[in-house]
Write a protein that binds this ligand. Structure first.
Ligand code: ADP
Ligand code: MG
Length: 148
């Protein structure tokens, strides 16, 4: 018998997100929210997970060539990783500014493109990291601590 701490295996969820798929957009976010509620997460963790995953999903649908959303659920935290296959963000600091958006007119007509997705993700997550390389892709990693 071993005593002390054992390595905790997280519960993992994985969603493929297709470029331009406005019909299924939001599905991953809503499934993640349900799962977290079932696992006993509450309040700001649920709210932030819902916002962050929805915005991440929409960014992959609107701005990328396609990608995925991976969620790792630990007892005390949730790790969200949105990763896509390009085209990457040429100026990440500019993209992070409130109100900055390159969303095309037809996407704005659907009500998207307020330029608040990345700022909202950064504001609600306890840890936020964005890594982007032109022609390679973008990875956004967010950590939410339970009760954080
Ligand atoms: N995954 C991505 N791939 C390429 N560009 C992106 C991605 N996510 C965000 N961007 C760029 O950053 C800008 C700001 O993103 P965001 O704050 O979510 O606002 P919005 O989606 O409303 O334009 C986008 O308009 C786009 O130019
Ligand atoms: Mg967005």
């Amino acid at each position: 018998m071993t005593e002390g701490k054992s390595e905790i295996t997280p519960i993992e969820l994985f969603f493929e997100i297709e470029r331009g798929d406005f019909v299924r957009a939001g599905e991953a976010s809503s499934k993640i929210k349900k799962k977290l509620l079932r696992l006993g997460f509450t309040g700001s963790t649920i709210r932030c997970a819902a916002i962050a995953t929805y915005e991440a999903e929409m960014n992959i649908v609107i701005h990328s060539l396609g990608g995925s959303l991976k969620v790792k659920i630990y007892p005390e935290k949730v790790v969200l990783v949105a990763k896509d296959e390009g085209p990457g963000i040429p100026d990440v600091a500019l993209a992070m500014k409130e109100g900055f958006s390159t969303a095309p007119e037809q996407v704005r007509e659907m009500g998207f493109g307020a330029g608040m997705g990345l700022p909202n993700m950064r504001n609600c997550a306890d840890e936020f990291e964005i890594e982007s390389r032109e022609d390679v892709g973008t990875t956004v990693t967010m950590v939410l601590y339970k009760g954080g």
